[in-house]
Design a protein. Structure first.
Length: 364
């Protein structure tokens, strides 16, 4: 059915089509059988996988940026996603960059976006997530507000982390979007370690605090409970445009900070090898490129990281996944889980089901 809807949606400006699609998704989720007609399906049991101490119904997640404000978590879970990453969320609401800011490159099965972390603020998302159904794995992707200087960026990440801690299952630190001025400078080793170490300390403190609350009853005094508390996993999302030297630093940062792993990769600022004409690219302007053109580079980054970051350090692969073959490529390169975004725009909900079914058969 999505194959029939897509040409109609592609007649609309991309951002308008995005909002319309989610309205239709919300309506469809309330009509029995409608999501199945769109291609959605519950993941087979054989697709379930355990990563980071969490039980994922399937290895296919929704990348951040699609459901920024956590408005559609329940409907997305019913399509067959094993996990949903909301955000990027910032402490204060912000409108993002001026429109138009989302563009289709149909010849390349790609998108260019310069959204600029448009979101309603972390606290609005927290209120929605308080009411999510059990069994849905949700990640919180966090960033800084545009008007926060880099030297105070850590305050924004801490504020988002504190607000979301009780309503998400894992965190993603986003310092790799090309659409917030100066943000990628935070990928440098010094500032990155400062942010990650602060969040790791907060996570452990929060876990210990919750453990004390649980174990502090009349018959289970805190003083006698010395077992380690489990903190919530923290991942780092990196750009595909990092040099070999910068990837070396990322490896060091992951090991030194003790975070759970890496999401590889975000969008790229590169434009090489596209079928879209140079004139059209110039008319679009700046932004992050996602979709099929990023596939090879993101897989290269995953391969490089896995060679130097053995499990249980986690790698989530994202970039150009629009088929089971593309997902399998990421998994064979060393990814533990995968995420889709642009592929969903071009393929629709059936993409998730196809990957889930093929993954279940592949791992047998």
């Amino acid at each position: 059915m999505y194959a029939l809807l897509r040409p109609l949606l592609f007649l609309l400006p991309p951002e308008r089509a995005h909002h319309l699609t989610f309205r239709l998704l919300g309506i469809s989720s309330r009509i029995p059988g409608m999501l199945a007609l769109l291609g959605g399906a519950k993941p087979p049991r054989a697709a379930a996988t355990d990563v980071m101490g969490l039980h994922f119904p399937s290895p296919v997640g929704l990348a951040a940026g699609m459901d920024k404000d956590a408005k559609h978590v329940h409907a997305l879970a019913r399509i067959g996603f094993g996990f949903i990453e909301v955000g990027t969320l910032t402490p204060k609401s912000q409108p993002g960059n001026p429109q138009p800011r989302l563009f289709r490159l149909k010849k390349d099965r790609a998108l260019i976006n310069r959204m600029g972390f448009n979101n309603g603020g972390v606290h609005a998302a927290v209120e929605r997530l308080r009411h999510r159904m059990p069994g849905i794995i949700v990640g919180g992707n966090i960033g800084k507000n545009k008007d926060t200087p880099n030297e105070r960026a850590i305050d924004d990440y801490i504020a988002c982390f504190d607000a979301l801690y009780g309503v998400v299952d894992y965190f993603v630190v986003n310092v790799s979007s090309p659409n917030t001025p100066g943000l990628r400078a935070l990928q440098e080793k010094g500032p990155l370690l400062e942010i990650l170490r602060a969040l790791m300390e907060l996570s452990q403190n929060r876990a210990n605090g919750e453990k004390r609350m649980v174990s502090g009853g009349d018959h289970s005094p805190v003083a006698n409970d010395h077992s380690p508390a489990r903190s919530k996993p923290i991942l780092l999302k990196i750009a595909p445009d990092l040099t070999d030297g910068q990837l070396d630093d990322i490896v060091s940062v992951v090991k030194e900070s003790g975070i759970a792993g890496v999401i590889a990769t975000n969008t790229t600022i590169a434009r090489a090898g596209l079928r879209t004409t140079q004139a059209e690219l110039e008319s679009i302007g700046a932004g992050g490129l996602s979709g099929a053109p990023v596939r090879a580079r993101s897989t290269e980054v995953i391969t490089c990281l896995r060679e130097r970051l053995p499990r249980p350090i986690v790698i989530i692969g994202v970039g150009g996944i629009d088929s089971w073959e593309a997902a399998k490529e990421k998994l064979e390169a060393g990814a533990d889980l995968v995420q889709v975004y642009t592929g969903l725009v071009y393929e629709g909900p059936s993409l998730v089901n196809r990957i889930n079914q093929s993954f279940a058969a592949w791992r047998r």
